[in-house]
Structure formats: structure tokens, C-alpha cells
Design a protein around this ligand. Structure first.
Ligand code: SAM
Length: 281
């Protein structure tokens, strides 16, 4: 079978089964199995595939048919300016989360060495992107999932940042080290009702530990806010990604815990998604 034939067969199969982006996904899968760039494949459509590549292609295509996200099939996802390894132990980095990077950079002057904590680091995409932009800073990144910490460590090595970030497998409730200038977190914040309505791609493939914020979605946001009071310096910043309906409840928890709210920023679709706050007392 030649490239053009397998591409046609694959994309028709995905299309028939109502998988989003059937052409692009098929091209990316063929690119992975042949280890060739997409452009190269399209320009050499008459090349014959090896039997081993056909078997691998069919296996990956079947995973896609079962709605496994492309980031897990390919094993990576681009976020901010970099590529991050991803597997089923970590949330797939989202374009929405780039808003947290944009906002956080405003509070990290280029020439200063700040001490940062990333709570619920997952793939490490937030902390690694920040340290790439602000090489004088040092960070700790924690996650309750040991497998997630392993992925984040691998990503740190890939980006040559393993000496600047300390990765710890721990629950935020048990973490005691303090004196941070800035804490960032994209905690799990989806409530039980929204969880049931998520796309199958997310619901059946991404880690529940990274998605579920308890019945009202606020369980982990509250944990991060309460614990950060002990971990931050006075005047230290807490920067949170929130769900698009959590602005009021999140602001209330922040006020009750003695924080001042500096800014709440909207994502590209105009929804409130990032809260910057300061620990006052
Ligand atoms: C929404 S994901 C965010 C991952 C990554 N920071 C990102 O933005 O793509 C939340 C992460 O928090 C971790 N987590 C959940 N509860 C936690 C807890 N109590 N303490 C530390 N990490 C926790 C999960 O394992 C998951 O990796």
C-alpha cells in the first residue's frame, strides 16, 4: 500500500466514525509511523509502506477511533513556545492555560531571581515555560500523582531545566516549605455535573485526578488558596487558573483568606479564567 492510499483509507474511516479532524489526524499518524514530516509524506505520496508501518498505523488509527486524544497517541503537545511529552498520566496542556503564563510573566521581572511554586504541575508545562522565559528564577513543582511528576521530570530534562526545578510527589495539604515569592496553580476545577458532560475524548482518557474538583468544583482551588497562605511571603502572588463560572466563588474564598485581588483576566472567548492575587497578611 502507498502513502496516498493509506491516507485516504484512514481518513475515510475516521470521518465515517465522526472523529474530529480526520485528514489531519491521519496525516499525523502516518508521519509518526514513518518518522517523516507531514510535508514529506504529502510530497512523496507514491512511496510504498513497509508491513510493520501498516500494522503500527492501524493500531494508532484504532486508538483514535476509540477517541483517544492525539496528544497521547503522538506522545507530545505544543504549549506556549515548546513541545511537551504527554501520556495518560497528565492533563494535555491547553491553549487556555497560556493565559496563566502571560499574566504570570508580568509579575516576574526579567532580572530578578524569584522563588516559584507550581501546584499540580502535571506535564510541567507551566513551570517549564516560565523558567524558560525567566532563567534567573528557581522553582519547585509538586503533584499528588507520582506518574505525573515522572513526566514533568522528563520534560525538564528535555528542556535542560532539571537543575532549576525541584519536582516533588506530594499532596498540597502536606507540603510545608515556605517563603515563596509566587505560587501558580491550574488545579482540577470541574464540578460533578460538568464532568458528566465532558467530551468522551476528555472524560474517558484524561486523568480524573487532573479534572475533578469535587461536587462544586472548588475543592482543590480552596485547598491551594488556604495552603498558599502558609507558603507565600507577605505580598507574594498567588496566580490561579479557574473555571469560567468560578470568578465569584473563587474571589470570595480569596477575600476570606486575606488576599487582595489584583486582576482577573479573560481568555480568548471572553471568559474569566485567570486570577492574580496578593497575600496581604
Ligand atoms: C488541571 S491539572 C494541571 C496540570 C498542569 N499544571 C497544566 O496546567 O496542564 C491538575 C494537576 O493537579 C494535580 N493534583 C490534584 N490534586 C492535587 C493535590 N491535592 N496536591 C497536588 N497536586 C494535585 C493533578 O494530579 C494534576 O496533575
Amino acid at each position: 500500500m502507498i502513502y496516498s492510499e493509506i491516507l485516504k483509507k484512514g481518513s475515510n474511516f475516521l470521518k465515517k466514525n465522526k472523529i474530529k479532524n480526520p485528514h489531519l489526524d491521519t496525516e499525523l499518524i502516518l508521519s509518526k509511523v514513518t518518522n517523516k514530516k507531514r510535508e514529506e509524506i504529502l510530497l512523496n505520496a507514491n512511496i510504498k509502506l513497509k508491513n510493520r508501518d501498516i500494522t503500527n498505523f492501524n493500531n494508532y488509527l484504532f486508538r483514535r477511533y476509540e477517541k483517544e486524544p492525539m496528544a497521547y497517541i503522538l506522545g507530545y503537545k505544543h504549549f506556549w513556545k515548546h513541545k511537551f511529552l504527554t501520556n495518560k498520566s497528565v492533563l494535555i496542556p491547553r491553549p487556555d492555560t497560556e493565559l496563566v503564563i502571560e499574566q504570570t510573566l508580568k509579575y516576574l521581572p526579567t532580572e530578578k531571581s524569584k522563588k516559584i511554586l507550581d501546584v499540580g504541575t502535571g506535564s510541567g508545562c507551566i513551570v517549564l515555560s516560565l523558567i524558560k522565559e525567566r532563567p534567573k528564577c528557581r522553582a519547585t513543582a509538586i503533584d499528588i500523582s507520582k506518574n505525573a511528576i515522572n513526566v514533568a521530570k522528563t520534560n525538564a530534562k528535555l528542556h535542560q531545566l532539571e537543575n532549576k526545578i525541584n519536582f516533588i510527589n506530594i499532596d498540597i495539604d502536606k507540603y510545608k516549605s515556605n517563603n515563596y515569592d509566587l505560587i501558580i496553580s491550574n488545579p482540577p476545577y470541574i464540578n460533578d455535573i460538568e464532568l458528566k458532560r465532558l467530551d468522551d475524548e476528555i472524560k474517558f482518557h484524561e486523568p480524573m485526578l487532573a479534572l475533578s474538583g469535587g461536587f462544586n468544583g472548588l475543592r482543590d482551588l480552596e485547598k491551594v488558596i488556604v495552603n498558599s497562605k502558609k507558603l507565600l511571603k507577605i505580598n507574594g502572588k498567588l496566580i490561579l487558573e479557574i473555571g469560567h463560572r468560578q470568578k465569584n466563588q473563587c474571589s470570595k474564598i480569596l477575600y476570606e483568606n486575606g488576599y487582595y485581588i489584583n486582576q482577573i483576566s479573560k481568555d480568548l472567548s471572553g471568559k474569566d479564567r485567570c486570577v492574580v492575587s496578593t497575600k496581604l497578611r
